[in-house]
Design a protein around this ligand. Sequence first.
Ligand code: PHE
Ligand code: FE
Length: 286
Amino acid sequence: VIPAVYGASERPPRGDYDRSGQVKADYTCPQNYAAYTDADHDTYRRLYKRQSALLPGLACDEFIAALPSLGLEERIPRFDDINGRLFKATGWEVVAVPGLIPEVPFFTLLANRKFPVTDWIRTPAEFDYIVEPDIFHDMFGHVPLLFDPVFADHMQAYGAGGLKAHGLGACEQLSRLYWYTIEFGLMRQRGQVRAYGAGILSSSGELAYAVTSGEPQRIALDLLRAMRTRYKIDSYQQTYFVIDSFKQLFDMTAPDFTPLYAQLKTMEELSANAVSPGDVVIHTGN
Ligand code: PHE
Ligand code: FE
């Protein structure tokens, strides 16, 4: 959730196909499936193959259980095909968007159980590293956990909370929580650390780094702590926050955040590698 207005921006939506007149007021567009080239499908297939092979021992159980629900591994999935299964499982749908969208439409879609998935895929030159979300990050990283009922409810609550945060001028604080949970969250399972964040799960390098490297800090998730902490968008994270279950995350984030936002306004920000007095440290970074 690093929203950007693409309509009038210098950076036009990616992909070679013409979406003119097709982007709706809610920022969604049709998935123009016929426009994907064989090279696009091949990029998806190779990314899927590499990433799925890395998951055992590093990804959380819920993610590994849900991944096959995406269907097709050989080609870019059709959103309609996924929605047939996803809507039945949790009442969620994926919708196509041309790229990053502004925060209010983003939160509105989530609050209505619609997950925006970027329609274009990276070029072969960007195979290992891409600076903005493409269809592989969104589909492989985010969509499997929408099949998990508790995580699915949490995403909707986050969307509703985002609309509230927007009204309170607290989007930056809330988006740090998104960053450190939905994008880069870790979870303890059977005494071991596993990944559930989409940014980790869709990255070939960061998956093993986040879960097994001695370098980064791993700290038990605390809402105020995470919302005070700045983050890196151009390197692996220096701090990861750890939960024990999606139920814990859901329950922890259920109360009204209004007093938390007020409290945060009086607190100093923390750097991405800070150690702070109340931290429940699971691993001290070296
Ligand atoms: N409960 C939060 C609020 O009242 C909203 C929220 C839900 C935030 C889930 C994050 C995750 O603002
Ligand atoms: Fe993402």
